[in-house]
Design a protein around this ligand. Structure first.
Ligand code: HMG
Ligand code: MG
Length: 309
């Protein structure tokens, strides 16, 4: 089996990771997280979302966060945008990329963005057109490509349908998301194959939540198909407010450890990533969800010289 020699990881911790937090996270903490991630080598960071603050209060500081980060050359900063109102606010903060987000299941589309799949595409079309005219790259995200919290299993045909609609309106790259982390490798492969009917392998990424502990296996299944772009979240933060019980994205540290162990380059510094994960976990007052970070932190602690008493 041949694997790609390089994999690109889009860090979604500041957005997907923090959107679901019950406690308020200060904008300064989010900004510091972005800074630490770029110091660890992240070249693609999903910073925030321009959604309704009534729906997702945690992202209400979107402009403050975008305007507060010190940008590094070579790093691309993306934001989620559900409609024209979100786009108009987002564009003032100069994102490199916007993400329109739809769902392969009707029920999730209604719960998450308050409209049908067809209506969502009607809303996205002018957003995509405006962004592309302004030279902003457009990514699409497809939620619930293997399972939905309201409808259960989702067929590859539903995924193919949404991928086609996204392609038709000019979306340039598409993310295949397992929103509630129920997927297993063959189901994920089928969702990917359905997507690849409309998008080139170089324009497809995986976005796997780890609720059932399958996200690394699903990542490997996609990598073995030649998919080389994934969304991951430092410390395994994340979840969607409209997908109850869904836990975080696969931890960036765990994916990096697996890929580096396979001789696949990510451009990321695992030690610095672990430090970024510790920073945000401490700020949230709970341990990291990354297994690799836990193991390496335990190793660091046992190697540290005993403190004098
Ligand atoms: P709506 O209530 O149907 O919107 O919400 P509306 O157009 O009827 O407007 C109602 C009010 O919201 C108006 O204000 C609008 O101005 C305002 P009012 O007149 O009542 O004062 N409004 C906005 N305000 C700020 N920014 C906006 C905006 N749009 C309208 N963009 C809407 C529709 C899409 C806005 C809402 O449902 C929403 O914000 N949903 C977002 C939900 C969300 O963020 N979910 C998490 C992100 S997706 C995700 O995590 C999945 C992903 O990770 C992949 C995966 O894992 O599956 C990407
Ligand atoms: Mg997600």
């Amino acid at each position: 089996m041949s694997y790609p020699t390089r994999v690109k990881l889009v860090e979604v911790g500041p957005r997907d990771g923090l959107q679901n937090e019950k406690q308020p996270v200060p904008a300064a903490t989010k900004i510091e997280l972005v800074h630490r991630l770029q110091e660890a080598g992240s070249k693609e960071i999903e910073v925030t979302s321009f959604v309704s603050p009534k729906w997702v209060p945690q992202m209400a500081d979107n402009a403050e966060v975008m305007n507060g980060i010190t940008r590094l050359p070579g790093v691309r900063y993306s934001v989620l945008v559900p409609n024209m109102k979100g786009y108009e606010a987002a564009v003032l903060t100069r994102p490199d990329e916007i993400v329109v987000f739809g769902a392969a299941s009707e029920a999730f589309s209604q719960k998450n963005i308050n409209c049908s799949i067809a209506e969502s595409i009607e809303r996205f079309a002018p957003v995509v057109e405006a962004a592309r005219a302004a030279g902003i790259y457009v990514r699409g995200a497809m939620s619930c490509t293997v399972g939905c919290p309201y409808e259960g299993d989702v067929s590859p045909e539903r995924v193919e349908y949404l991928a086609r609609l996204m392609k038709d309106i000019g979306v340039q790259h598409i993310g295949v998301a397992d929103t509630i982390g129920v997927g297993t490798p063959i189901k994920v492969r089928k969702a990917m194959e359905a997507t690849l009917k409309h998008f080139d392998i170089n324009d497809v990424s995986g976005h796997f939540h780890d609720t059932y502990g399958q996200a690394l296996a699903n990542t490997l299944a996609a990598v073995s198909m030649g998919v080389w772009q994934f969304d991951t979240s430092v410390a395994g933060l994340g979840g969607c407010p409209y997908a109850k019980g869904a836990t975080g994205n696969v931890a960036t540290e765990d994916v990096v450890y697996m890929l580096h162990g396979m001789g696949i380059d990510t451009g990321l510094d695992l030690d610095k990533l672990i430090d970024a994960g510790v920073f945000i976990s401490d700020a949230l007052g709970r341990p990291t969800q990354s297994r690799v970070a836990k193991a390496i932190l335990a190793k660091r602690a046992s190697a540290a010289p005993c403190e004098a008493v």
